[in-house]
Write a protein of this length. Sequence first.
Length: 143
Amino acid sequence: MNELYLELNAGNWKRLDSFLGINDCHLKTWLSVVSWHFFVKKKMVLMEKDSEEELINSCRNTYNTELNLEVDIDVKRVMSLMKNKRYADILRLMIIEGYTPEEVARKWNKTIDNIYNIKHRAIKEFLSIYNGNISTYNRIKMN
């Protein structure tokens, strides 16, 4: 309502001064029409703003989806280059699929400490490949 008051008050009540009372139009009727037009315009502005925000969010979601796909492809490629497939399996189970060390230990019939050690070595190999030693692993894999 404050915004409507400010709209009517804009320019020293020029808007309100435009009321002429033609054809027995009452001030209350005139105010309801002016109010209705004001709030319709306000709604359109808000809807336009919402549409812009939706568009921005849509673009963000598309970008995030594309980024996630690129990361997924990179991770799968690096994991395929790992010499020890057990390392790739433990990274997939614990990091990607979210298994706990206890669950992996039971599944592989190993101790929890052993699982942590395997995971540590797997991460080292993964990072070694990812950080630029891919050419070495490519030559090994191709032969």
